[in-house]
Design a protein around this ligand. Sequence first.
Ligand code: GDD
Ligand code: MN
Length: 372
Amino acid sequence: MEPRISIVPAASLAPELSVVVPTYNESQNVPVLVELLSKALEGVAWEIIVVDDDSPDGTAGVVKAMAAKDTRVRCIRRVGRRGLAGACIEGMLSSSAPIVAVMDADLQHDEALLPQMLQAIRDGADLAVGSRYVGGGSSGDGLSSIRKWGSETATRLAKQALGVELSDPMSGFFMIRREKVEGVAGELSREGFKILLDIVSAIEEPMKIVELPFTFRSRHAGDSKLDSLVTAEYLGLLFSKISGGVLPVRFLMFAAVGASGVIAHIMALYFALDILGYGFEWSQFFAVMTAMTWNYILNNQLTYRDRRLTGIRFFSGLLTFYLVCSIGTVANVGVASWIHGFHPVPWIAGLTGAVMGAVFNYAASSVLTWRS
Ligand code: GDD
Ligand code: MN
């Protein structure tokens, strides 16, 4: 009988570099990316950490099948959560390599830049950014003209509002010492796309930053996930930063939904008065219910899309939201009357009451309705 020999694979070198790749429906792109990374990073101990938000196209399954054969490939499958920034943060925090990079799965980022970025960090830089806007870089065919305009405007806003000194703070392609991210991980926003901007403005000590030009290629397979909601979240992030983090992005979103609810309220009121022919009290009641339902649906779709309530929980959530808003209204009227008692200008009292009500509704619904 042949002797049985079990072959134990030699432990591979611990990676120096983790390449974190957030994915949503990128099953066709990841295998190509791994291939390109293998070539670009020859001689480097690297790994790829794909952070997939349970893509319907089965990206996680494809990546895990690769991981079963190649120890450089790892997959984090997140269920019930969505968000590019949050995925990148989780990927970076899951790494034990001293250096981490973030890049997109769709081949828009030029992997040939990775060795240069790595060299810059080995030579003492804390952060290396792939920039479309330093000499030699370009947004090539990767952006439509409207996206190009949007990207440039967002860049200008970031520079003015936050004093960020990067030529391309919107870039989703960078490499950083992991310890830098670990230090500020708790302060980073999980929403939106602006992970680099957020990291750079969160780190307070001076950093050595190197910017390297690259050409933003066009997407390989599939579609972009950057939509108007992402843009709204970006504006929210800027406001949140300007307020020194006092106002969370989620609150700003909640307040914007609330403002739209006022319009829904007025429209419903006129509808009930003029079209349904109700008396004022019933019309006002109808308008209040409409506005609360409107706010609930929008908050569930947008503000809390990462904790979206569905099925039976949609309805129980709606009931708790009605309850929260009713108490919020009592708080609103109470505070307004109290202020009006010693401050005769009605709009100041009214506005203070409304702000109180909004803060209360936000705080209470985040605990009762959309608890995490
Ligand atoms: N896990 C996860 N969850 N990944 C996501 C999500 C999400 O909710 N949304 C998008 N991604 C992944 C995509 O699968 C892709 O790998 C990467 O994030 C970038 O998404 P795209 O949809 O391709 O974004 P883009 O090309 O429009 O935007 C890119 O360019 C912008 C600059 O113009 C990104 O790199 C942005 O960060 C960058 O600001
Ligand atoms: Mn893309």
